[in-house]
Design a protein around this ligand. Structure first.
Ligand code: GLC
Length: 476
């Protein structure tokens, strides 16, 4: 079986969030498990010479987009077992950020159309196109529109929802002019969404199978609270929809070999973790207190990550006698709040309002608890990374957080959890963690070891994707 994994980002080439991590590790895991998988993504300006010098040019052609004819070059590179194709067009992709441009709809329509065209030209013909999020949502639609009655019509499409909040919603006016699609796609309801078009809705209806990134999120999406208007669509496709929990790259995230942390350690030899904590406290200007529980929050500072709960009870959290570090950027109000908190709680709160992969590793290693009070969390990878580094998650029971962090006290418990989106419940969960840390270091260390030994790699989930692809194509 041959799978072309279609994505708008993949680590280490270009990454803005969890999708980049998944696309940077799942294809390699599939290749190791017998599903020949290649990746196709845009050739962004941020992809540096260290990679470009390894690429070979394959071919170029022109892509039709409404009345436009746009150049498209295809480059190729092999990393590990995985072949990557890069779609080159400097007008669309030679820009500073990956997303957030006025013409994102056109940029990713171009990318999706280019993928469909490339599939027809490449010598390597995939059996499955595995697409991700709204940026690639047009791929299954174009495949239907362009190739239904050709031999390429046999190619199956899978669409994975990493976050249903971002749907690619545009004015109907772009349907013919930019997307180059006939009105029928709107009139029959496939793309229609509140008099606009929703690319994600279109992909959910046209793909042969739809997945999302955790079983609990798949359930949650049947309800309006989680589905941003698409709960009806989710319910209507229940026969071709399920959740498969993401994994993490356990080689890259490994405290035993991580070069970004001051001392390496493993579940069997934990000495290095204490050194990492002391170094982190020193670096961040926190009091160097080995016995004070250090709580970390790493991620985008936006509402659905649960930041309002932290804001509402910052004083209560600090009254638990913990230290607190936050790393991330996001909404201005949250950023300012944490800057002020750092001044109010000198030596106890550190606000790192930036994004730094290296600092993130130092925090995963140096902290004791990892707080993720998300309102919604399709999967979440940070809690798994934290556990791999022996940092105990404190999470709300939603989406992938619920699937990966059973509550401490129950069988196999891995962290401190709370059910409702409620700030007092969150404080209570942090309190339970801090209590265990202080009252029984032996039990705490057992929990740390249990979490570090958990298997959050791709082994199970990659096989599940493989089984899914096999059931769709009839090929092994
Ligand atoms: C999105 C989701 C996150 C998930 C990631 C990878 O960023 O918000 O929960 O872990 O995609 O699937």
């Amino acid at each position: 079986m041959k799978v072309l994994y279609v994505t708008s980002e993949a680590a280490p080439f270009a990454k803005s969030g969890g999708l980049g991590d998944v696309a940077g590790s799942l294809p390699e895991a599939l290749n190791s498990r017998g599903a020949a998988t290649r990746v196709i993504m845009p050739l962004y300006a941020c992809i540096g010479d260290e990679w470009r010098s390894q690429m070979t040019f394959i071919e170029h052609f022109y892509v039709t987009l409404g009345w436009r004819k746009q150049y498209c070059g295809i480059f190729m590179l092999k990393k590990g077992k995985t072949v990557y194709y890069f779609v080159d067009n400097e007008y669309y992709f030679k820009r500073e950020r990956l997303y957030g441009h006025f013409d994102d709809g056109e940029r990713f329509a171009f990318f999706s159309r280019a993928v469909a065209e490339a599939v027809a030209r490449l010598e390597w013909r995939p059996d499955v196109l595995s697409c991700n999020d709204w940026q690639t949502a047009l791929v299954p639609i174009y495949m239907r529109d362009m190739y239904s009655y050709t031999e390429l019509g046999a190619i199956k499409t899978v669409f994975t929802i990493h976050n249903i909040e971002y749907q690619g919603r545009y004015s109907r006016a772009i349907l013919g002019d930019v997307l180059g699609l006939p009105e029928g796609w709107y009139n029959d309801g496939t793309l229609e969404y509140r008099e606009d078009i929703s690319l994600m809705k279109g992909a959910m209806l046209t793909a042969d199978y739809v997945t999302t990134v955790s079983p609990t999120y798949a359930e949650e999406l049947k309800y309006p609270y989680f589905a941003y208007g698409l709960d009806g669509v989710v319910r209507s496709i229940s026969g071709k929809f399920r959740g498969i929990l993401n994994g993490i790259d356990t080689e890259y995230y490994d405290p035993a070999t991580d070069a970004d942390i001051v001392a390496n350690y493993s579940a069997d030899d934990m000495a290095g973790k204490a050194a990492c904590k002391a170094e982190l406290q020193r670096m961040l200007g926190l009091a160097i207190e080995p016995d004070t529980p250090l709580v970390a929050c790493v991620g985008r500072l936006v509402a659905h990550k649960g930041m309002d709960l932290v804001l509402a009870r910052m004083d209560a959290l600090m009254s638990l006698g913990v230290q607190f570090v936050v790393l991330g950027t996001g909404e201005h109000g949250y950023e300012q709040f944490f800057r002020v908190a750092q001044q109010r709680y000198g030596g106890r709160v550190a606000a790192c309002i930036t994004f730094s992969e290296q600092l993130a590793h130092k925090i995963y290693a140096g902290a004791d608890m990892f707080l993720m009070p998300s309102q919604k969390e399709p999967c979440g990878l940070s809690q798994m990374i934290a556990m791999r580094y022996g940092t105990i998650p404190v999470v709300r029971e939603t989406g992938g957080l619920k699937d990966s962090v059973p509550p401490y006290g129950a069988e196999g418990g891995r962290g401190f959890t709370f059910a409702n989106y409620n700030a007092d419940e969150m404080v209570n969960a942090v309190w339970r963690g801090a209590e265990l840390y202080r009252s029984s270091r032996e039990d705490w260390n057992k929990l740390v070891k249990w979490d570090m030994d958990a298997n959050f790699g791709w082994s199970e989930s990659a096989l599940e994707y493989r089984r899914l692809y096999a059931s769709l194509t009839g090929k092994q």
